[in-house]
Write a protein that binds this ligand. Structure first.
Ligand code: HEC
Length: 161
């Protein structure tokens, strides 16, 4: 009985340790912070704190391994920073642009199909890790990518060693 309690306490600690510090205050994000570009036409949308918190959780689960702090392991030129996202073809510095990338990823110039090269929900035979992603999850993780630079001024850019 005691052993079981200790095991559960340890499990609980590990569960909470997964969340980065600023997540603790995620629910206090201002409306301005939660408001991000929706599409290329410049329309804006405001996500809820719950959506950003869910996006953060999914990002840590599936993206941080390659995109720690919005940088891109193996390709410094294609980070998740706003400048890089804006200059992609089509532009990815908006919610629907990133959702589209997670369905049909392309090369930075938009010329090549990357559905066999980058995780996405279309080829779940190749990327089973995203099999449980719902449409809402795609919105939330894309939203998190656009809110993150407001929370961390070192988000995006290059990896220096
Ligand atoms: C196995 C490593 C890996 C994982 C996991 C990964 N990515 Fe990527 N991602 C890359 C690489 C490499 C590129 C650059 C591709 C290129 O050369 O154009 C990239 C590019 C991108 C881009 C385009 C950036 C731009 O400036 O145009 C977006 C958006 C993106 N990733 C989002 C995500 C999200 C969200 C996740 C998690 C669901 C994720 N990635 C998971 C490696 C990864």
């Amino acid at each position: 009985m005691v052993k079981r309690f200790i095991l559960m306490a340890i499990a609980a600690i590990f569960f909470f340790l997964q969340f980065p510090i600023h997540n603790a205050s995620a629910l206090e994000l201002t409306e301005e912070t939660r408001t991000i570009p929706l599409n290329e036409e410049g329309e804006m949308t405001t996500l809820s704190s719950e959506q950003i918190t869910n996006g953060n959780r999914l990002f840590i689960r599936e993206c941080t391994q390659c995109h720690l702090q919005g940088k891109t392991k193996t390709n410094n030129n294609v980070s998740l920073g706003l400048e890089d996202l804006a200059l992609a073809e089509p532009p990815r510095d908006n919610l629907l642009g990133i959702v589209d990338y997670l369905k049909y990823p392309t090369s930075y110039d938009g010329e090549d199909d990357y559905t066999e090269l980058h995780v996405n929900v279309t080829r779940s035979d190749l990327y089973p890790e995203l099999r449980d992603f719902t449409e809402e999850d795609l919105y939330d993780v894309a939203g998190y990518v656009l809110v993150a630079p407001k929370l961390d001024s070192y988000w995006g850019g290059s990896i220096y060693f």
